[in-house]
Design a protein around this ligand. Structure first.
Ligand SMILES: Cc1ncc(COP(=O)(O)O)c(C=O)c1O
Length: 387
């Protein structure tokens, strides 16, 4: 099945539900068993207690596992909980893990606080390291955590080279696949063992629910992750699962629009005198472009750029008058967003050397001409208020 058919149908079983197309929203904690024998066999039942999964969660997990090319999946209440639960399931006291320096900041925070408390040491590596990761692997390295492209700065990583080196040393490769959404990037086919996604972004797609999903390639090796995640009591509310399933069905029309408009706006920004850099791997002169072309089939609507102007009053003049670009955390919804960033505040192995004001933009589904007009007026205000 091609991905557009898969996101449309995977996980649905209409004739198990009176022909109803969408999986019903099962609100359930207690599940009843008709006989004592069935109750005693509950462990083998696919549905045995609400927290352990319902037909609604199974439908979403089956669909995302199929999209990522995995053999199993587990859903969690946020993207961050998918990351923290899966990393926790893959490490033990005394381990060392390697995390890309370009990782989403709360991933780093978790490593520096919770993991550290349990005697797991996280070391950060340059996202450009590729096969050079070999030199950082220690006998106790259990996990290599990849996020490609990276948060805020959008460097593409050489996942196959990293995975080969990690596997030689027996380490597990976990990839945060939120940007590629399982639609434009298939880390499991490129060597990762497990992917995690903030379904909050492009799966949900409407900025109205938090959700995470972890998918593993090999259920024999990693199927235990479901048990570990469930042992932590992690489960998702049924309405959020439903919103994610509903969002997923239109991913195949939303993402190409984010890609097309995003790239058009990246090119437009690049030509503006106020902008010194645009970090978008689909741009031909982006340092990650060759890897992106090799490993990705498209790009999401999220990328970065840098303004020459660093005066904060001028920046406020630009931002406060925007009509279509909202200011707020997260991304992946239908709407455009724009926020200032400071990449150096969340890296330690490398320094972001580019001078200027970092920005992160999410190009939504609005008409790109309206978005460009909004940005143009903003850049004009920036220029007029600047020093
Ligand atoms: C790359 C990436 N991973 C994970 C997350 C976490 O997702 P959530 O907000 O659902 O916890 C985010 C959120 O912004 C993200 O950008």
């Amino acid at each position: 099945m091609k991905d557009d058919s898969l996101v449309t149908h995977a996980g649905n079983a209409p004739f198990e539900n009176h022909g109803v197309i969408n999986p019903p929203v099962y609100h359930a904690s207690t599940i009843l068993f008709p006989t004592l024998a069935a109750y005693r066999n509950a462990k083998t039942a696919k549905v045995r207690y609400g927290r352990r999964g319902t037909p609604t969660s199974h439908a979403l997990e089956d669909a995302i596992a199929a999209l990522e090319g995995g053999s199993g999946a587990v859903s969690t209440p946020s993207g961050l909980s998918a990351i923290t639960a899966v990393v926790t399931a893959c490490v033990k006291m005394g381990d060392h893990i390697l995390v890309t320096d370009s990782a989403y900041q709360p991933t780093r925070h978790f490593c520096q606080t919770v993991l550290k408390k349990f005697g797991v040491e996280a070391e950060y590596y340059d996202s450009a390291i590729g096969v050079g990761i070999e030199s950082l692997i220690r006998p106790n390295t259990s996990v290599v955590f990849v996020e490609s492209p990276g948060s805020l700065t959008f460097e593409v990583q050489d996942l196959p080279a990293i995975a080969e080196a990690a596997h030689k040393a027996g380490a597990i490769v976990i990839a945060d696949n939120t940007w590629g959404a399982g639609y434009y990037y298939k880390p499991l086919a490129l060597g990762a063992d497990i992917t995690v996604q903030a379904g909050t972004k492009y799966i949900v797609g409407h900025s109205d629910a938090n959700l995470g999903v972890a998918v593993w390639k090999d259920s024999e090796k990693f199927g235990r992750i479901r048990d570990d995640v469930q042992s932590m009591g992690i489960c998702v509310g049924p309405d959020d699962l439903y919103l994610a399933l509903r969002g997923l069905r239109t991913m195949g029309v939303r993402l190409p629009r984010h890609f097309e408009s995003g790239l058009a706006i990246a090119r437009w920004l690049k030509a503006r005198p106020e902008v010194s850099h645009v970090m978008h791997p689909a741009l031909e002169d982006d340092p990650g472009h060759e890897l992106w072309k090799r490993d990705f089939t498209g790009a999401s609507g999220l990328f970065g750029f840098v303004l020459h102007e660093t005066d904060q009053t001028a920046l406020a003049a630009m931002m406060d008058g925007l009509k279509f670009h909202g200011m707020g955390a997260s991304w992946g919804g239908y709407e455009s967003l724009l926020i200032p960033t400071n990449p150096n505040s969340s890296r330690s192995a490398t320094r972001w050397e580019i001078e200027g004001q970092g920005m992160r933009i999410h190009v939504g589904l609005e008409d790109p001409e309206d978005l460009i007009a909004d940005l143009e007026a903003g850049l004009d205000r920036l220029g007029a208020a600047g020093k």
